[in-house]
Design a protein around this ligand. Structure first.
Ligand SMILES: Cc1cc2nc3c(=O)[nH]c(=O)nc-3n(C[C@H](O)[C@H](O)[C@H](O)COP(=O)(O)OP(=O)(O)OC[C@H]3O[C@@H](n4cnc5c(N)ncnc54)[C@H](O)[C@@H]3O)c2cc1C
Length: 386
């Protein structure tokens, strides 16, 4: 299908896009990806380690980072191009999102010079990955309820608590962990602080969780894990604003738009010539919806690049793109069933991934709540962007 949309948004950095496509076309990376797609239905797939290292060696894993930290010093839209291309090629990408977009953005923006030099070049090279340790058994949508505590010790901090639904943790060397600094304040958000925790610490226990999601989830128990002063990122109690800022990148929705486009194009190819007029009309409507959802995502990227991405605009982009991608994956399964994999090689991965799309990085209900709150506060979230 492929409706083309002309726009002044930075939708395409065509040279960079072409470079990423050529890198992903290398036969050893195709092999790695094919292996990942063939993961048996009840097993978790491995992260695309080789792909990350190859992109990292070319400065493509974090192109928006300064060259001294392994990037190319480009604007943030280059990073969105990479994220979208990885989604368009069916590359499972939680490890990059957690490492570069979440932990990396935070360390680069708020870390000390020493922290940046220690972690960022290895992250950008694809040699070190980070897990994100925010969610807890009783604190997900409302992270203000988190109970993991950080107590001051003579030379650092002692962390105690349980984190859950952390993706790709077994491959990661470190976790970026949100914990409440004890005794600092009664305000639920003002006590939250971020720490770098080595996952091979003897008091850190990592356990796999059973899930349909293709990428493995884990629970991480911090059993009085002592870390030194340098583990703290920014000031004690500054964690909430840092972690919400880092989530802004993920919430542009561009990687969900890439999935929606890939899955719809594969569905169309799989039923080419066999559909009814009613089905053709449905697929045409979905094609228009994917094109417009993508525009919403790229508008969010343009706002992010100008430092003006409002919470409501990001929430709308994440909500619509993730809901649409999920709907297309479910529709593909309804129409094609397990036999559809001949024309849609990652169909099973898409169906396994679909439920989590509207939960990860903030659930659909929370995104809609953000939009509604903004409207009720009297501001038109889209007006504010211009
Ligand atoms: C694919 C995937 C990857 C993830 N990766 C990570 C990771 O790497 N690190 C990490 O820390 N976490 C991760 N998570 C966890 C994720 O951040 C949480 O699942 C999410 O924030 C929701 O929290 P919860 O699961 O505790 O659900 P809850 O917050 O308990 O919500 C349950 C349901 O209630 C609804 N709800 C809750 N509050 C409200 C409200 N105020 N108004 C209306 N409805 C409400 C929610 O929308 C949801 O439908 C991941 C999740 C997924 C699916």
């Amino acid at each position: 299908m492929g409706i083309s949309v002309s726009s002044s948004l930075p939708l395409a950095d065509s040279d960079l896009r072409e470079e990423v496509r050529q890198s992903l076309a290398a036969s050893k990376l195709r092999e790695e990806l094919n292996g990942i797609w063939r993961t048996p239905p009840h097993e978790a797939c491995s992260p695309p380690r080789l792909t990350y290292r190859e992109l990292g060696a070319r400065g493509l894993l974090a192109p928006h980072w300064p060259p001294e930290f392994g990037g190319r010093g480009t604007g943030v839209s280059a990073s969105a191009v990479v994220a979208e291309e990885l989604a368009l090629h069916g590359v499972p990408d939680s490890a990059r999102v957690n490492t570069i977009d979440n932990a990396g953005t935070t360390l680069l923006s708020f870390g000390t010079g020493r922290q940046r030099r220690r972690y960022c070049p290895e992250m950008a090279a694809g040699r070190v990955t980070f897990a994100v340790l925010y969610t807890e058994p009783h604190a997900g949508s409302d992270l203000g309820a988190l109970t993991t505590r950080a107590e001051r010790t003579e030379h650092g901090w002692r962390l105690t608590g349980t984190k859950t639904w952390n993706a790709t943790t077994s491959d990661a060397s470190y976790g970026i962990c949100a914990a409440r600094v004890t005794g600092a304040t009664d305000n639920a958000y003002a006590a939250i602080s971020l720490f770098v925790v080595p996952l091979d610490h003897p008091a850190v226990h990592v356990e796999a969780l059973p899930t349909v999601n293709p990428e493995q989830f884990f629970t991480v128990r911090l059993d009085g894990a002592e870390v030194d002063d340098e583990a703290l990122i920014g000031a004690p109690g500054a964690g909430w604003s840092m972690l919400t800022r880092a989530l802004g990148t993920e919430r542009t929705g561009v990687c969900f738009a890439g999935r929606a486009r890939r899955w719809l194009d594969q569905l169309v190819r799989a039923i080419e010539g066999r559909g009814t007029p009613v089905l053709a009309a449905e697929l045409t409507r979905l094609d228009v919806e994917v094109a417009s959802a993508r525009l919403l995502g790229w508008q969010a990227v343009a706002d992010l690049a100008r430092g003006q991405l409002g919470a409501a605009a990001a929430a709308a982009a994440k909500w619509w793109n993730s809901e649409l991608a999920q709907h297309i994956a479910h529709r593909a399964w309804d129409l094609l069933g397990p036999q559809g994999s001949a024309a849609f090689p990652d169909l099973l991965m898409a169906v396994r991934e679909a439920p989590g799309l509207t939960l990860a990085a903030g659930t659909s209900e929370m995104q809609l709540s953000t939009v509604a709150t903004d409207l009720l506060d009297g501001g038109d979230p889209w007006e504010e962007q211009t």
